[in-house]
Design a protein around this ligand. Structure first.
Ligand SMILES: Cc1ncc(COP(=O)(O)O)c(C=O)c1O
Length: 427
């Protein structure tokens, strides 16, 4: 069979015969303001963006990006290891390290690369990487890119982690545990206190990914580890700059002096162009804003509460956490995608995420909140959810199209043998 056959059938199946919108192929024509966009000429409430504080439009972040372009141009055109470091990179690293009260920070071109770089840079053939069995893509892909032995433990179970660590051979500290602070699909926080404890007892280093919790959780916005009082017990905190910080990029923060060596060692860092002047400068402005305006976090929390309670009252099963997004447990693929389409048709955009657990019935719609949403916008969204539920009672799934999502979802995560084999080892 021709190599391109898979691609052709994937597209055809995804589109279906009715030509209706499908996840992963929505085109946004214009941004109309905080929380609203134009899709196919229609005003649509945006709850699919992790622009948690609306800072992509803050006048300070925009001005910082514009000044940086005027001063440094549009691109770094290469890796820092090859082309050198701009003062802007060093300034943002210092600011983030200072925010965390840690020794150092290292920037990456994306959050995804930060995880790949830290795992790949730290671990090799003689080492063991221990990860939550329901980790999402960045961690899962990092385990595919390392020659280290990979061991998984049961989702959010510190007991299972401790058991897995105890079963490993004793010896020098060559064990690296990697976890997401906040489950990016269901929004529940990892038991970091107990995870730290298990790592300590068994001599393992710990990486915590705070992609959705940086800026949004913790007394000063440093995430779940801060909220659980164990920030300084974590060896490496990684995060995206694309969510709360409204930019593009990733970062790793650590008290370990050795962090800087990733500048020479980590292949996804060494072989990729570094963050552009505009993205680095806007992230720096965003850090300053989040440090100066804790009230933004309060507002985000209030908005998430309003949306979560409204959607729950409308009859949906939702997560009950402090996450800045509402997870709507939609059931199987047919129901999940049909609901997503009804919401879009009603004027609300949310993310649709296919299961990365064992069950094919774990489809989740994720509605991300922003402190920039007005309570009137949230009320309108809840109204659309209510109507989508009522109209859903008559809806029949007409298209045989969604097979694509079983092959490779354009949006969301995919069940792979790695995740299917919960608590199995790959050696
Ligand atoms: C847990 C987690 N890690 C990593 C990433 C990837 O971040 P980025 O988009 O900056 O590559 C995301 C996406 O937000 C995420 O949710």
């Amino acid at each position: 069979m021709d190599l391109l056959h898979k691609l052709r059938t994937a597209e055809e199946t995804a589109r279906g015969s009715d030509g209706r919108a499908f996840p992963g192929d929505v085109h946004i024509d214009a941004i109309l303001g905080p929380g609203e966009v134009s899709i196919a000429g229609r005003r649509t409430l945006m709850f699919g963006s992790t622009n948690y504080f609306g800072l992509t439009w803050d006048h300070e972040t925009v001005a910082a990006a514009q000044d940086a372009i005027a001063q440094y141009g549009t691109s770094t055109t290469g890796s820092r290891t090859a082309n050198g470091t701009l003062r802007l990179h060093a300034d943002l690293e210092r600011d983030i390290a200072d925010w965390f009260g840690m020794r150092d920070a290292l920037l990456f071109s994306t959050g995804y690369q930060a995880t790949l770089s830290v795992v790949g840079g730290l671990c090799g053939i003689t080492d063991v990487v221990v990860v939550d069995a329901e980790s999402s893509d960045a961690i899962r892909d990092a385990t595919c890119h390392t020659s280290a032995r990979v061991v998984t433990f049961r989702h959010h179970s510190a007991r299972s982690l401790a058991d897995r660590l105890a079963a490993l051979p004793r010896g020098p500290r060559n064990k690296l545990v990697v976890v997401e602070a906040l489950d990016p699909v269901r929004g529940d926080a990892a038991p970091l206190k107990d995870i730290v404890d298990a790592c300590r007892r068994h001599g393992a280093y710990l990486v915590v990914d705070e992609a959705d919790s940086l800026g949004t959780l913790g007394a000063t916005g440093l995430g779940c580890a801060e909220a659980q009082g164990v920030l300084h017990e974590v060896d490496f905190v990684v995060s995206s700059l694309a969510n709360a910080l409204a930019s593009v990029g990733g970062v790793c923060v650590s008290d370990h002096d050795e962090l800087r060596a990733l500048h020479f060692l980590a292949r996804p860092y060494v072989f990729t162009a570094s963050g552009s002047p505009a993205t680095v400068a806007s992230a720096r402005a965003a850090v300053r804003i989040l440090r100066e305006r804790p009230q933004l976090r309060e507002r985000l929390r209030a908005n998430s509460r309003q949306l979560r309670e409204g959607v729950r009252a409308a009859g949906y099963r939702v997560n009950s956490t402090d996450a800045p997004f509402v997870s709507i447990f939609a059931g199987d693929e047919r129901r999940g995608v049909a609901l997503w389409r009804r919401l879009l048709a009603g004027g609300v955009y949310v993310d649709v995420i296919r299961p990365h657990t064992r069950s094919p019935d774990d489809w989740v719609l994720r509605a991300s909140c922003s402190s920039a949403h007005s309570s009137e916008q949230i009320a309108r969204a809840v109204d659309v959810f209510t109507r989508a539920r009522d109209s859903g009672r008559e809806v029949r799934w007409a298209s045989p199209s969604m097979g694509i999502l079983g092959a490779r979802a354009p949006i969301g995560v995919e069940l792979t043998p790695f995740v299917a084999d919960v608590a199995e080892e790959r050696e």
